[in-house]
Design a protein. Structure first.
Length: 153
């Protein structure tokens, strides 16, 4: 059982705080890898909720592999993105999330598309960014292209 299911089994739809790990991969030529989400058809960085006993960095690497088929080396911490907003999801769950975002480059694996979460993968320059699915991911991508490091918001 995954951590979110475990917690929801105890608290139902009541508000919970969740930690997520995400990663921006760059190709060294000014482009970043984005994932087209199967659930909404829009784009974003890879990442997801930490499992119990897992660090945010481990979650970022696990999610990257699950969603893209790639492994990566971390270069630096882009930032920790949070909000005091408690969002209600389509299923009625209420969450406040904190996302730890790393920047890195590909070290191995084979790009995989068409899985449960990922419809497509693509490398994009700053002026080619497709429609991004959330305000948080838009901010993360903007910060990356601004050269930000250690963001805490």
């Amino acid at each position: 059982m995954d951590y979110v299911s475990y917690i929801r089994g105890m608290v139902g739809h009541e508000p919970v705080m969740l930690i997520a790990g995400g990663m921006i991969l760059h190709d060294g030529e000014g482009r970043i890898l984005l994932q087209q989400r199967r659930d909404c058809g829009k784009w974003g960085i890879s990442g997801g909720i930490c499992e119990l006993g897992e660090t945010a960095a481990q979650a970022a690497h696990r999610e990257l592999l699950e969603e893209t088929g790639l492994t990566a080396s971390e270069e630096y911490l882009l930032g920790i993105y949070s909000s005091n907003e408690i969002r209600e999801l389509e299923n009625g769950d209420k969450v406040q999330t904190f996302t730890v975002v790393l920047v890195g480059h590909v070290t191995g694996g084979t790009p995989t598309e068409g899985n449960e979460e990922t419809a497509a993968l693509g490398w994009f320059a700053e002026n080619e960014i497709p429609e991004i699915y959330s305000a948080r991911h838009k901010k993360i991508i903007e910060d990356y292209f601004k050269g930000a490091r250690g963001v805490c918001c």
